[in-house]
Every structure is written in C-alpha cells, then in structure tokens.
Design a protein around this ligand. Structure first.
Ligand code: UD1
Ligand code: CA
Length: 457
C-alpha cells in the first residue's frame, strides 16, 4: 500500500520578522501561519505530518496541539539535518515523503497534488517545486543542463555571478521517494558554513543518474515563503481573496471583497449577503440569507438565518433567526438575542439572554439580564447590574413593558406582563401584571391613594 508522510520545517528563527513571536505563529486570517500549511497537508491526506521545531519550540508545539506530531531539532544544523531528525517520526514504510516549510501558508492543494502525482508516475527520487522570480535574491538557484534537465541547486552564498543571474529558484517544497530519502540523507556533506543542505540531495541524485523532476509553480507568489512583515501582509491579502472567492463560489454574496475581511475559521450559509466594510472573525457562523453590514464586526458569534446585523459590533454572541441588530448596537460576550427581536440605535447588551420578538430600539443597556419573549425595552432603560463589588441579575418576564428611562436596580425581577412608568427607578421585584411608577418605583395604585399625579405608565 502506498502512503504519504509530510515533514514541515519550522525550526528556524525567522529573524527578518523582527518579532518575539515565532514566525510560523504569526496570525493570518485568524489562524497561525502554520495552521494553513497543516490544513493543506491534511487535505492531501498526508499522515503522519511531522513538524520540526527549534526556535520558540514550546510556543509552536503548544499551538500545534494534537493537529500534528512534532520533533525538536537542537541545534539547527540546516534543512537536511531537520529532515533527518523528522524521519525518526516517519514510519519506515512511507512510500512518499513531502517536505515543505511552516512559512508557505498559500501553497495550493493542486500544486502539492501535482508533486505527489509526478513522483508516483515517474518514480523519481525527488520532485521539487520551483518558481521563476523577477528578483531571485536570497534563494537557491535551479541550474539546468543543456537538455533543460535539472543539474543542481546552488545556494546563493555559493553561486557565481552567472548562477546568481538565473531566475528560477527552489521554492523549498519537495516530494521524495521515501526509501531513497532514507538511504541517501546521510550522504549529504557538511557545507562550508557548517550546515547540512537538503538541496545537496539534488546534486547527489543527479550524479547517481537517479531521476529528479521539477514542477514550476505557475503563481510563484503562492509557493514562496514569508520572510518579513511586508510579505506577510501581501500573503494575507491573497489568502483573504481566496477565502472570499471560496464563499462566493459556495453561494454567498460578497458585495465588495476588497473591503471585507473574513477569517478562515468563519462559516457562512447560502444566500447570505456580506455588505462592504465588514469584518467576520473567530469561529463565527453566519446563517442562510442573513445580511451582515455594511460596517459590521462579528467575532465568534452565531447569526441565525435571515437575521440582519447592520453597522454593529457583535462579540461572542448569538442572534436568532430573523432578528435585526443595528445600526450601532453592541452585543458583548454572552449575549443571546432571540428570533425576531429588534435591537438597535446605541443599544448595548452584555451576558444577557433575550427571548423572541424583544424590542430594544433605542439607546439602553442590558447586563446580566434574562428577558422573556415579547418584551419592550424603552429608550434609556438601564440595568444597574453592578453595586460596586458584585454583578447581579435582572429578570424580565414575557410580555413586560419597560417604560422609557427605567432604572432596574439588580437583583430585581419584573413579572410577566408587568409595566414600569417612564423615569421609574425599580428597586424591588414587581409582580406579574402589575404597574410600578416613580422613584423609588411603587405600585401605581399606592401612588394614587397617596394623591399627587402618577407619572404616565
Ligand atoms: C532554503 C533552501 C533554498 C530555497 C529556500 C526557499 C536549503 C539549503 N536552501 O533556503 O534553496 O530557495 O529555502 O525558501 O534548504 N529550518 C529548520 N532547521 C534548520 C534550518 C532551517 O527547520 O536547521 C527550516 C526553517 O525554519 C525554514 C526552512 O527550514 O522554514 C528553510 O530554512 P532557511 O534557513 O530559511 O533556508 P533558506 O536559506 O531560506
Ligand atoms: Ca527562508
């Protein structure tokens, strides 16, 4: 049975990032760079996937979790040494071994598949990925013979001017014949710099008359590694374009992909419409036919089918089917807005559960509240949920009507169908169906008995 293993080189320092964070952990579209590499390796059914760690090993290994195996390379003696260390975790009977790097997050699945298929068809010891670059500075050059066949890879430091002028470079991704790799890796000589170059295997294979093949990437920008933050930004834009196109092909309307930022971790239902200046991040799930934006930010949230989030911020929250949020609403973590509810115009909700068809149309704050179905929250309503030391809960029953400018001093319960008058300050529980008014709020019939004008309920 044929089998494919993969090795991901990620022990290097990534000096040009000028960062305390290991290069492969820099986020791209909501995931660490190396996560995108592991995704494409999983998609091509590589098993096992072995990541070589070194610089920042603890952080990289923690980020990998159980998505890949890792081996440590100490000290980092070059790319051939890194593969040698990794092979200890690759089964002897792996027929093919893909080698790539943790900093090539855009590698297309089709390109990896082409490398593997070429190795399978030709039986070549090595099939390597090359790219033609306008500026090949810094890369190993592909040197071809008179018959255009591969002769060697020459690293820049070892290249003479004629070799440096070659524009075809080694991208650093290869598919090896497994047993040939095992048998020949130890033959790689130590370079003058003291490192062991994986690229020296090419010269060895050519000298032995063993077949080596090259596949040139048609889009070099997808095959080359990220070395600094300028390349990181360019790559992230390409990645986001790919993400947006995948969603559009799957039936999502994205009005203006250039002004829309969607993390790789977001799921979007069919016929949803994403309006401009919208940022969708974390593990957000957008329902079918939902409309998000213009100008919305949704993080880690679930938006129901046919819901609308218009010019608002929604963080770690849940919005029910057909609900409408915004403009200018802020749903903070732990907010749940029931189906058909309408929230907008400077409404803020935190860690509160609202039932179906709740209306909170104007500036107001609900924190640590449980709100039933069909409740009206009047303009200016505030849950005074914090007493200076602890947070307390407000409970509002089904069908309650909270008059404008009501202060609800938590802990407090408003019964189903109860009403509060405009400007009331509610400090005690209100029974079902009762109306309270005033400061502090009292049942309306008590106020009347004492005389004076009751405020409008
Ligand atoms: C390497 C190739 C070069 C190619 C280029 C593509 C070699 C000798 N040269 O050069 O032909 O054009 O990649 O980007 O392979 N790493 C380890 N352990 C080590 C050394 C490196 O894990 O001991 C990892 C690094 O983290 C990095 C990758 O291997 O992900 C490449 O190493 P790097 O030092 O950047 O090689 P280059 O000089 O760029
Ligand atoms: Ca490099």
């Amino acid at each position: 049975m044929s089998s494919l293993a993969a090795i991901v080189l990620a022990a290097g320092q990534g000096t040009r990032m000028r960062s305390r964070i290991p290069k492969v952990l820099h986020p791209m579209a909501g995931r660490p760079m190396i996560g995108h590499v592991l995704d494409v390796l999983a998609a091509i059914d590589a098993d096992p996937v072995v990541v070589v760690t070194g610089h920042g090993a603890e952080a990289v290994e923690a980020a990998l979790g159980d998505t890949a195996r890792s081996v440590r390379q100490e000290p980092q003696n070059g790319t051939a040494d890194a593969v040698r260390v990794a092979l200890a975790a690759v089964p002897d009977d792996s027929t093919r071994v893909l080698v790539t790097m943790g900093d090539v997050p855009l590698l297309p699945h089709a390109l990896l598949a082409a490398l593997v298929a070429e190795q399978e068809a030709s039986g070549a010891a090595i099939v390597l990925l090359s790219a033609h670059l306008l500026d090949p500075t810094g890369y190993g050059r592909i040197v071809r013979g008179p018959d255009a066949g591969l002769q060697a890879i020459v690293e820049e430091v070892d290249a003479d001017p004629a070799t440096r002028a070659l524009d075809e470079v080694n991208a650093g991704t290869y598919c090896f014949d497994g047993s040939w790799l095992r048998a020949n890796l130890e033959r790689v000589p130590r370079s003058p710099s003291g490192e062991y170059y994986l690229t020296d295997l090419v010269g060895l294979a050519v000298a032995d008359g063993t077949a080596v093949r090259v596949i040139a990437a048609s889009r070099p920008e997808l095959a080359m590694g990220i070395n600094d933050r300028v390349q990181l930004a360019v790559a992230e834009r390409l990645l986001r374009t790919r993400i947006a196109e995948d969603h559009m092909r799957a039936g999502v309307t994205i009005v203006d992909p250039d002004s829309t930022f969607i993390d790789a971790t977001v799921r979007i239902g069919q016929d949803a419409r994403i309006e401009p200046w919208t940022v969708l991040t974390g593990d957000s799930v957008i329902g079918e036919e939902a409309v998000i934006g213009p100008g919305s930010r949704v993080h880690g949230s679930t938006i129901g089918n046919q819901a609308r989030v218009w010019g608002s911020w929604v963080e770690d929250a849940e919005i029910g089917e057909g609900a409408s949020v915004g403009p200018m609403a802020h749903l903070r973590p732990g907010s749940v807005v029931g189906p058909g509810s309408e929230i907008g115009n400077y409404a803020e909700i935190k860690k509160s559960r609202l039932g179906a068809r709740v209306r909170q149309h104007h500036f107001s704050y609900l924190g640590d509240a449980k709100v039933g179905d069909d409740v009206n929250i009047g303009a200016g309503t505030v849950t005074a949920n914090f007493d200076g030391t602890a947070k307390h809960e407000t409970v509002i029953g089904d069908g309650a009507f909270i008059g404008v400018d009501t202060m609800l001093r938590a802990p407090v319960t408003i019964g189903p169908g109860a009403k509060t008058g405009a400007g009331s300050v509610v400090t005690r529980d209100v029974a079902a169906g009762k109306t309270v008014v005033g400061v502090p709020a009292r049942p309306i019939e008590l106020r009347r008995r004492r005389g004076g004008e009751p405020p409008d309920a």
